[in-house]
Ligand binder design. Structure first.
Ligand code: NAP
Length: 272
């Protein structure tokens, strides 16, 4: 956690399509117009405020993923307490006071860097906040999995998910992965319905790699392969390899509430 001093700040707002979220957006815009310290700028913001749920936050993240060095995010939830959204609609005034003050708390969390390699050798870099998955639209997906360049297993099944610590409570958890504290810079590989026999044999449980390690996948049959990154989905018929590591970039959260990660987990999945 660091404390920084900031000048007049430009703010962008990303909103879900609920009526409640639009009401909060209008209130925020009114307060920003009255403010001497903040102004609206959807193209080059220093602060991005997401209003909605974690899904809306993912949209906000990808809208500004090319400006991660300049941008800090704030999440207001208009549904339940989220993992990326902890301010309530009725707390807009309190939040504005913090955003207008000079000293703001910033917390940063790890991101997943994905490099894809097509059969013609073309490489592309991507970034994800929650996870990336590789699977097929139909039939089983097959791939050889390597940890830091060393062959680990021959996978056949619905697919695999590689999640960040903050993404570990998303899709990763639903497919049996562990919940990882976001202070641990690591990646988790989780299987999606692996098919085990004498040819294809996998560990059968999620695995969490070390902070200096990476994962890579050699896709043996790419026809019908789909690559997802958070809320985004890409058909990848000619994907040959994919590399996954902790990104050098981080996602920064401004004025996060003083709620422990485990309290968020309990509230979301177990109940108060
Ligand atoms: P969606 O299918 O409309 O919603 C997915 C759900 O996952 C929403 O309830 C969302 O919370 C929640 N969520 C998102 N990130 C989370 C996180 N880090 N921890 C706990 N819950 C989280 O899809 P979407 O809104 O576009 O979000 C894409 C994400 O959904 C993916 O990155 C993946 O993690 C997750 N997902 C989960 C499943 C599953 O659990 N079976 C399947 C597909 C995708 P809000 O209600 O607050 O928006």
């Amino acid at each position: 956690m660091t404390t920084t001093k900031m000048k007049k700040n430009k703010v962008a707002i990303v909103v879900s399509d609920s009526e409640e979220s639009f009401k909060v957006k209008n209130k925020l815009i009114e307060r920003i117009h009255q403010s001497g310290q903040l102004e609206l700028d959807e193209f080059f913001p220093g602060i991005v405020i997401s209003i909605g749920g974690d899904g809306t936050f993912l949209r906000a993240f990808h809208q500004y993923r090319n400006r991660l060095d300049e941008v800090s995010f704030v999440g207001i939830h208009t549904g339940h307490l989220g993992f990326y959204t902890d301010w309530l609609a009725e707390e807009v005034d309190e939040l504005m006071e913090i955003l207008e003050s000079e000293q703001k708390r910033i917390n940063s969390y790890p991101l997943l860097e994905i490099t894809t390699e097509k059969s013609d050798g073309t490489k592309e870099k991507h970034i994800a906040l929650n996870e990336a998955t590789i699977r097929k639209s139909s039939a089983t997906w097959k791939g050889e999995i390597f940890i830091s360049g060393e062959f680990f297993e021959n996978f056949r099944g619905d697919g695999i998910s590689i999640s960040t610590p903050t993404g570990s409570t998303g899709y990763n958890k639903s497919i049996g992965g562990a919940v990882v504290h976001p202070s641990i810079a690591t990646l988790q590989l989780s299987e999606i319905a692996s098919l085990n026999n004498r040819v294809f044999r996998t560990l059968g449980s999620s695995l969490i790699i070390g902070p200096e390690e990476d994962l890579s996948v050699h896709i043996t049959d790419s026809e019908g392969t789909i690559l997802t990154m958070d809320n985004l989905e890409f058909p990848c018929n000619d994907l040959q390899r994919a590399f996954f590591k902790i990104s050098k970039k981080k996602v920064s959260f401004l004025a996060e509430k003083d709620v422990t990660f485990w309290r968020r987990v309990r509230t979301a999945f177990i109940g108060e």
